[in-house]
Design a protein around this ligand. Sequence first.
Ligand code: ZN
Length: 656
Amino acid sequence: MEKVDILLVNAFILTMDSSKSQVPSGAVAVRGQKILEVGPESELRARYESSSTIDCQGKILMPGLVNAHTHVPMTLLRGLADDLRLDVWLMGYMMPVEREFVSPQFVRLGTSLACAELIRSGVTTFADMYYFEDDVASATAEAGMRGVCGESVMKFPTPDAKFYEESLEYSREFIKKWKGHPLIVPSIAPHAPYTCTSEILRASAELAMEFDIPLQIHISETQLEVENMRRDQGMPVVPWVKKQGLLEAKVLAAHCVWIDDGEMRTLLHAHSGVAHNPSSNLKLASGAAPVKRMLDNGLNVGIGTDGPASNNDLDMFEEVRLAAFLAKTTSNDPTALPAQQALEMSTSMGARALHIGDITGSIESGKRADLILVDLSRLHSSPHFQRDPNATYAQLVYSAKSSDVSDVMVDGKWLMQDKVLLTINESEILREAQDYARKIDTFLIQREESVLSKLIAVGGLTEEESFEVQAKIAITEPEQVIKALESSRVEILRRRHYHEYDTYFIFEDESQGFLRYREDHFIDDRGQITNVRSRLTLIGEAVEFRFPHDVLLSRSRYLAPATQSLRFYREYFQPVKEVEIEKDRQRFLVNYKGEEFFINIDKMINPSLGSFLEIKSRTWSRQDAEQKSKLSIELIKTLHEGPLEMVSKDYFEASK
Ligand SMILES: [Zn+2]
């Protein structure tokens, strides 16, 4: 008799090997990290003996599930912000909170929490992309799980890098450290084509090839991403990343919701794997990935939960079922993606998509012992039929629940037995996670109280508080004023002409001021639009001081380039009201008696309120403001004849 470390007997084995063999009264012999043999119990009992012989009580013994795409530390952000559009959710909530809170400690805790949840639901392997990935890998290895761990790289500052070069440097060290580890496969994860530059994609692919490790990336998650790529680069996403050399690496492409057949073939020829994330795609309304066509094209498609902040759980049983349902309903064909194939996607094919199909994903001699026991004797799975050989797959996919998983083994070691976690202290983790939730809540509650702090959170403030002297007067002949300016002795330093489209966001609490989204269309001498610029300005309500003739000293202003769409800001700031203003503006920067002034000559188009002459100048002291107030009046008198009747309120006040 040959000695083995563990002998599992009395199991119904679904091997998920290439011939999908099933062993009804089966046994598995485990030695060290690996499966030594799989077969009928009578044969294995005759050949092997073990001091650890486990009676599986007729449960299903199958390969552990492979979660092909996730961001495990985001368990700590689960339920933080929901029912939002992807960009508002990501740029407005996830990224600002991540910048504030994500640290090695955060990442370790989030990973441990995720591992506990993953083990409980029968997952033995997952592919992750996040920050401080060294800590993700450490916590994963401590929990005893198998992980393809990818350090995220993007063009924006991240919680662990101000510049992408730092992420690449970090990745190199991270890969060197973990390469060859029994549980961890290091990886690199350029976040997505729209959050990376072509240099980042190239450098990431080169690093992946240098160390022969997988590269993870989000591809064609939303229709908007594809539209933008077509507009900017004249091609869909997959050909573009191929052009950047990305597909030379062993790619795992998450989502691929909006790829066409040509792109599928490109991915197939590059031996890229795909991670399908049904819950995330459904919840964020990203669309339904063409899974049936990808499978028909021969692609290895795994199934993933995506991050727990966009799902909101890591339950792969739910995910597999959804994948099957979604494929059926979108192809209008109930025979599409049958249960066996869905289960294959979440085991052996999933492992191949992660480029680790040689070590895990099936119950076969020589593979690592990554396996689970599932109890199909509970109410919701009963009774059982023998006629259809696929009945067990159907039961697992359509009626079993993650809570039916009783035992989990990874790399020959038990991580859960009889529903007791052996490597993770659940209650301690839950307590620490709640501590984080309290801190994040406080941070967000404070931020939501102020439009300014919300503006700061989405980044890019270029100018802080300032004061201006303003004088404004209604005019009837704008051309006359321009002529007067041109023929005066006022020195014109710069002249611009634009068409301005303003949207003012008005808030319930008027002391917040109002937020202006402005699109400037620059117009050249021939009346053509040469450039478009979008900016956000937070304008304070208060008038600080009134000089004679109603010249105002007013308005604190915070200026930021508007890098997102108007729709994004509307959904993010949620104003109670909006006011739109459109005007034609001739803007002059002049030097008058040694001081700089802006002279705006505006024709109001919407609402049509006539024309205005406006003099403005930045100021920093009361004395300077008084001087500029006097000069403003002089300037108006130089350019315009008639009574000095100032318009002290802003135009939009009239339409408010
Ligand atoms: Zn993702």
